[in-house]
Design a protein around this ligand. Structure first.
Ligand code: AP5
Length: 216
């Protein structure tokens, strides 16, 4: 199964992708996570990407595409994948089609996680991420059992640098600029499925898994 998750910042792409990866036994590829790993590792890519990420802007395609191609070179994608955070532009959608067709693959379904602005701002301003294993929590929606400690691995929880209100608004504006063309592209390809992501995480996951089941 080859799946894509689209949606605004905070719609729950990461949360759902982790649930789907576990349930459907698929590789989870998050371009945001790959970029943050480069930033944390102080690589040349990370140093360049950080400037854009902290401003809420898209990292240039030349950097992201190379990183994605490397990830697609790993063997775990052969059994299927969930792509989270890519594509974000029509250009990226076309690049993805090329990468996949060179591997004789094609997307099965693209999930559009539809979410409203007040929900997005509430989710992102309270998001907590584990520094060690990347697990996601929320100060009030999904609080960890112990303050600022990961339930899964006891790692330290932190707030992302780009989860400041001003950067959140910029990320949303960037998303809105690009999304209509992207949705149209996948609608025309007959592979777009919209899910209301303002609902409880378990309800959203159930709907996605039900739909994904058609492509097993
Ligand atoms: P990225 O990391 O992809 O960020 P994003 O798209 O802005 O999305 P988020 O990770 O903020 O949100 P999410 O939808 O995954 O929500 P989550 O599940 O965490 O990208 C970061 C940056 O990297 C970009 O701004 C850009 O600079 C760069 N970048 C990445 N990809 C790129 C690309 N392809 N091209 C160019 N640049 C790129 O949930 C949020 C919170 O809500 C959590 O606390 C969670 O616990 C909670 N929550 C989730 N679902 C629910 C629910 N249903 N109910 C209640 N709470 C919930």
């Amino acid at each position: 199964m080859k799946l894509v998750l689209l949606g605004p910042p905070g719609a729950g792409k990461g949360t759902q992708a982790k649930g789907m990866a576990k349930e459907l036994k698929l590789a989870h590829i998050s371009t945001g996570d790959l970029l943050r790993a480069n930033v944390a590792g102080g690589t040349a890519l990370g140093l360049e990407a950080k400037e854009y990420m902290n401003k809420g802007l898209l990292v240039p395609d030349s950097l992201v595409t190379k990183m994605l191609e490397e990830r697609f070179g790993m063997p775990d994608i052969k059994t299927g994948f969930i792509l989270d955070g890519y594509p974000r532009t029509i250009n990226q959608a076309k690049t993805l089609d090329k990468i996949l067709s060179a591997k004789k693959m094609a997307l099965d379904v693209v999930f559009d996680l539809d979410s409203s602005e007040p929900v997005i701002v509430q989710r992102l301003s309270g998001r907590l991420v584990c520094r060690k294993c990347g697990a996601l929590f929320h100060k009030t929606n999904m609080p960890p059992k112990k303050n600022m400690v990961c339930d899964n691995c006891s790692g330290e929880l932190y707030q992302r640098d780009d989860d400041k209100e001003e950067t959140i608004r910029k990320r949303l504006a960037v998303y809105r600029q690009e999304v209509a063309a992207l949705l149209d592209y996948y609608k025309k390809g007959n592979i777009l499925f919209t899910v209301s992501a303002d609902q409880e995480a378990g309800v959203v996951l159930k709907k996605i898994i039900e739909k994904a089941g058609q492509y097993r």
